[in-house]
Design a protein around this ligand. Structure first.
Ligand SMILES: Cc1ncc(COP(=O)(O)O)c(C=O)c1O
Length: 376
C-alpha cells in the first residue's frame, strides 16, 4: 500500500525531541512508571510481578478488555479489541472496511490518518470543512447531504483534534440517525472523550447507540500514558471483529505484554488518572485564555469545549509558518502551524497537556512582545 506522508507526525519527528517547550502536544504529560505502579491493586501488582514476556492474545489481555468494557454501557469484553495505540485501530479498520467503490465521510482539518488511510484503500473520501465562524462545529446538515448510496463509513472525531469542539447531545443523536439511515458504520474517534470541561457535555459512545458504532479509545490522551501504545476499538459485530483480528496478524500480532498490565493498572485507577489529566489541562487552558484576553490584537481563540487542544489564530501580518519557525529556532517553543494540516489562515494548534506549559507560554508571550506590530 502507498500512502502519503503523515505531515503532523513528520513535523513532530523533526522537532518534538529537540525543542525545549512543546506548546502543541495532544497527549497529556506522561506519568512516571513509579507513580503508576503505586496505583496498582493487589491483583494487578501480582500480575506485574509474575509477568512473563511471551506473546499475548490477539484481542488483548482478557482482564484489560473487561476493564475497558466496563467503561461503556451494554458492552462486554468480547466486543473489545486492543491495539498498539489508536493509530493501529484506525489503520486496520479502514483497511478492513473500505476499498475502491466505497465512500467515506469525515471532517477537515483533522488528524490526517482519519482520512489518509481511507484514501489509500482506494475509497472515495469526502472532507467536510470545519470553520471558525461555526465555532469549528460539524454542520450536521452538510453531513446529511454528503451521504451517498455507497457511503460505507462516517468517521467523526468527537471531541475534536485540533479544535477542541464537540457536538451537542441533539446533534450527536442526529449523526447517529444519519449513519443508521445510510446503513453506514459510524467510526467514532473518541480518544478525547472523558476530557469534557463540563461533564454534562460527555456524549454517549457511538457503540452504545448503534450496532455499527465503532468507538475508538486510547491510553494516550485522557489517561496520560502515550508510551504504553495501547488503544482499543469496540466492535459489536462478530464477523467484523474476526476480520479485524485477522488483519492484525499482519501489523503487530499482539500487544506488548507489560503495556497491557500497566494499562490495566491505570484503568482500574481511572478516577485518579482522569482527575490528574483534567487538572493539568484546565490549569493550562486558563493560562492560555488569560494570554488571549491580555492580547486581543495579537491572538484569538474559539474556546475549546473538551480535550487537550485548541486551534487559536495569530493575528497580524506574520504568516503562521514563519512564526512557528521563529518560535522553534529562537525561543525554543514548538507550536503546530495550520500549514501542517494544509489549512489556510494563521491558525495553530495549542496543546494543554504538558506540566511545563507555563514556561512555554511565557516564551510565546515574549515572542508576541518582540514582534508586536509597531514594536522595535
Ligand atoms: C484524533 C486522534 N486519533 C487518533 C490518534 C492516535 O492516537 P495514538 O497516538 O495514541 O495511537 C490521535 C493522536 O494524536 C488523535 O489525535
Amino acid at each position: 500500500m502507498r500512502i502519503t506522508d503523515f505531515a503532523l507526525e513528520r513535523y513532530f519527528a523533526q522537532y518534538e525531541f529537540n525543542t525545549p517547550q512543546i506548546l502543541c502536544s495532544s497527549d497529556i504529560q506522561g506519568m512516571a512508571m513509579h507513580d503508576l505502579l503505586a496505583l496498582a491493586d493487589d491483583d494487578a501488582r501480582q500480575r506485574w510481578q509474575s509477568l512473563t514476556l511471551g506473546y499475548t492474545e490477539t484481542a488483548g489481555l482478557p482482564a484489560l478488555r473487561s476493564e475497558i468494557a466496563g467503561m461503556y454501557h451494554g458492552i462486554t469484553a468480547d466486543d473489545v479489541i486492543t491495539f498498539a495505540g489508536a493509530e493501529e485501530a484506525v489503520y486496520i479498520a479502514a483497511n478492513v472496511l473500505l476499498g475502491p467503490g466505497d465512500h467515506m465521510i469525515t471532517t477537515w482539518p483533522g488528524y490526517q490518518s482519519l482520512y489518509e488511510v481511507g484514501r489509500a484503500t482506494g475509497a472515495d473520501v469526502t472532507l467536510l470543512e470545519l470553520r471558525p465562524e461555526d465555532k469549528w462545529k460539524l454542520d450536521v446538515d452538510a453531513l446529511r447531504r454528503a451521504v451517498r448510496p455507497n457511503t460505507k463509513m462516517i468517521l467523526l472525531n468527537v471531541p475534536h483534534n485540533p479544535t477542541g469542539a464537540t457536538l451537542s447531545h441533539d446533534e450527536w443523536a442526529d449523526v447517529i440517525a444519519i449513519a443508521e439511515a445510510a446503513g453506514a458504520y459510524l467510526f467514532a474517534d473518541e480518544v478525547y472523550r472523558l476530557l469534557e470541561y463540563n461533564p454534562a457535555d460527555k456524549l454517549p459512545a457511538a457503540c452504545e447507540r448503534m450496532v455499527r458504532g465503532l468507538s475508538l479509545g486510547v491510553m494516550s490522551k485522557a489517561f496520560g500514558l502515550a508510551g504504553l501504545r495501547i488503544g482499543w476499538l469496540i466492535v459489536r459485530e462478530p464477523d467484523l471483529r474476526a476480520k479485524i483480528m485477522a488483519f492484525k496478524d499482519y501489523t503487530t500480532i499482539c500487544n506488548s505484554a507489560p503495556s497491557e498490565i500497566l494499562a490495566l493498572i491505570a484503568l482500574r485507577a481511572r478516577v485518579a488518572m482522569l482527575a490528574r489529566s483534567r487538572s493539568i489541562v484546565l490549569r493550562n487552558l486558563q493560562l492560555f485564555h488569560e494570554l488571549c484576553i491580555a492580547r486581543p490584537q495579537q491572538i484569538r481563540m474559539v474556546a475549546p469545549q473538551a480535550g487537550s487542544v485548541a486551534f487559536p489564530e495569530l493575528l497580524g501580518s506574520m504568516p503562521i509558518a514563519t512564526a512557528a519557525a521563529v518560535l522553534q529556532k529562537d525561543y525554543g517553543v514548538l507550536i503546530l502551524p495550520a500549514t501542517v494540516y494544509g489549512y489556510p489562515g494563521n491558525f495553530f494548534r495549542a496543546g494543554f497537556g504538558k506540566e511545563d506549559f507555563a514556561l512555554g507560554l511565557a516564551k510565546l508571550a515574549q515572542f508576541l512582545d518582540d514582534t508586536a506590530e509597531g514594536a522595535r
